[in-house]
Design a protein around this ligand. Structure first.
Ligand code: HH2
Length: 293
């Protein structure tokens, strides 16, 4: 396969992600390991609910090769009930504090400005927001810091998003939304080198919408910031394979490799070992330093 990159695309390709005191080169896909400190997450709810278990799990994911950890204290699965601010802080802050002591890059998965603020003060490197900083005060909170942000698209709220997802053209509507959120960030002074976008697989989308987004994921790279893809263990994989949530690892690897082929820069996954192995093969064939005879 040709390794020629058209000039317009090459000049748009982000080279570096700035996350507080961490800088990630984007010359290979990064792996974000999921750490849910919740009793009710769809994928691993209750497994890592206590601080000690969550920290051990996070350290294990790092040993397995995760580049960044995404710690969340509120499930956003379809129909999930919102968690009060105090309870979310009680879940995530001790885990964050334990991890930053080891100088580890931690993302906090939250939509609440107060949780963002406290996390940033305690050394989080990134805020991952399924609301794309639309809650009042969220944009300013992140702008007044040096952390990175992941802006995710969601139609409606977790309570209602899967009732009747509706788009004329899912790819252009999601892309337009993300372009507007990038612009909102830039207007309050955030540099693009701190911004990541995510089409939000499963967040107000049918299977056909999810597949359309994956098929045309390369169109999101044209926005000029890194693209994150998160399909790990999601119901789209269950529908395609007929498998339960704890048996979707192989399907997840396939989906995420397809995303990388279409330009994804960050993969948000539960199964780090399998993802890293797949990326090692991908990199040997497609990476910049392959040993082409
Ligand atoms: N998916 C989930 C949660 N946060 N953040 C981003 N940026 N992209 C995603 O696709 C995404 C996300 C849902 O997965 P999980 O955390 O395993 O489940 P739950 O929300 O039930 O805790």
């Amino acid at each position: 396969m040709s390794r020629f990159v058209p000039t317009s695309r090459a000049s748009l390709s982000p080279r570096m992600l700035r996350c507080g005191r961490f800088n990630f080169p984007l010359d290979r896909p990064l792996v974000m390991g999921v750490v849910n400190v919740t009793p009710d997450s769809f994928s691993d709810g209750g497994f890592f609910h206590q601080t000690r278990q969550a920290v051990d799990h996070a350290l294990r994911l790092l040993e397995q090769g995760a580049d960044i950890l995404d710690v969340g204290g509120e499930s956003t699965r379809p129909g999930a009930q919102p968690v009060p601010e105090g309870e979310e802080l009680r879940r995530v802050m001790p885990v964050l504090e334990a991890l930053v002591k080891h100088t580890l890059p931690v993302s906090i998965d939250t939509r609440k400005p107060r949780v963002m603020r406290e996390a940033i003060m305690s050394g989080a490197a990134m805020i991952n927001d399924v609301m794309a900083l639309r809650e009042p005060g969220a944009l300013e909170t992140v702008a007044n810091s040096d952390v990175a942000v992941c802006l995710m698209h969601m139609q409606n709220t977790p309570q209602t998003m899967q009732v009747a997802p509706d788009y004329q053209d899912v790819v252009s509507e999601v892309r337009q939304f993300l372009a507007q959120r990038i612009e909102a960030c830039e207007q309050v002074g955030m540099e693009r080198s701190r911004i990541v976008i995510d089409p939000g697989f499963g967040f107000g989308k049918t299977l056909a919408h999810n597949l359309g987004l994956l098929r045309r994921l390369d169109e999101f790279s044209l926005l000029g910031v890194p693209v994150l893809a998160g399909m790990s263990r999601k119901s789209m994989l269950g529908t395609l394979t007929g498998r339960d949530v704890d048996q979707r690892e192989f399907a997840g690897v396939a989906a995420h490799l397809l995303a990388v082929q279409r330009g994804a820069n960050i993969l948000r996954v539960h199964d780090v070992v399998a993802t890293k192995d797949a990326l090692a093969v991908w990199h040997a064939v497609e990476g910049e330093n392959n040993n082409e005879p």
